[in-house]
Design a protein around this ligand. Structure first.
Ligand code: B4P
Length: 180
């Protein structure tokens, strides 16, 4: 099964996607980590990606789509995978659509997300950058929710509870699906 976690920054996408992939023993693909690795490279692309991440804007759609298309075509992804962070724009899905079976939407109020990210303290977790990332989310990523809702595979999970409780809800949903 191909699964996606989507939601605002700080909603726990990578946390939950990582836990689910370990539980199901399928690959976990996270654009944030992949792009942070690219940003460490001493190349023109690395410099551009670094600037985008640090200022809180999205990396070029085509660059990200190509990276993901290549990654999911690898052998270990044949039985399915869990993605966090792709697609983040409608344009990305026009370029490459992985065809997700299930899309978990983690919803959370902005102030709770900001609190979590300030506590984490990554290089892009500064108050003004977080606000910009949230604005980018509402403008460019939120429209994807309607896309997946229309396809009938959007599952809404409240993400304000503890990490374990959120993961439990995701697993309960999948268990219900497989026993139906
Ligand atoms: P990401 O790395 O995806 O950053 P993020 O949206 O903040 O989410 P992250 O997954 O790290 O955090 P999470 O909510 O799990 O992206 C970084 C940058 O990369 C973007 O700004 C962009 O520039 C670029 N990028 C990524 N994908 C792209 C794409 N497709 N196209 C273009 N550009 C792209 O967790 C946050 C914190 O909350 C953690 O510290 C965690 O421990 C904590 N937490 C999680 N769940 C919790 C819970 N239930 N209770 C308490 N704390 C919790």
């Amino acid at each position: 099964m191909k699964m996606l976690f989507i939601g605002p920054v700080g909603s726990g996408k990578s946390t939950q996607a990582g836990l689910l992939s370990s539980f199901l023993n399928i690959p976990y693909i996270t654009t944030g980590d992949i792009l942070r690795k690219v940003s460490d490279e001493d190349t023109e692309l690395g410099r551009r990606v670094r600037e985008d991440i640090q200022s809180g804007v999205l990396v070029n759609d085509r660059v990200v789509a190509e990276i993901i298309e290549k990654r999911v075509s690898e052998d270990d992804c044949r039985e399915g995978y869990v993605v966090d962070g792709y697609p983040r724009t409608l344009k990305q899905i026009e370029i490459f659509d992985p065809g997700f079976d299930k899309v978990f939407y983690l919803h959370i109020p902005d102030q709770e997300a900001v609190k979590r990210l300030l506590k984490r303290g990554r290089v892009d977790d500064k108050e003004e950058v977080i606000q910009k990332r949230l604005n980018v989310y509402y403008l460019l990523t939120q429209p994807l929710l309607a896309f997946y809702e229309n396809m009938g595979n959007l599952i809404k999970i409240p993400a304000t509870e503890s990490i374990d409780r959120v993961q439990q809800q995701v697993r309960e949903y999948l268990k219900g699906e497989t026993t139906e």
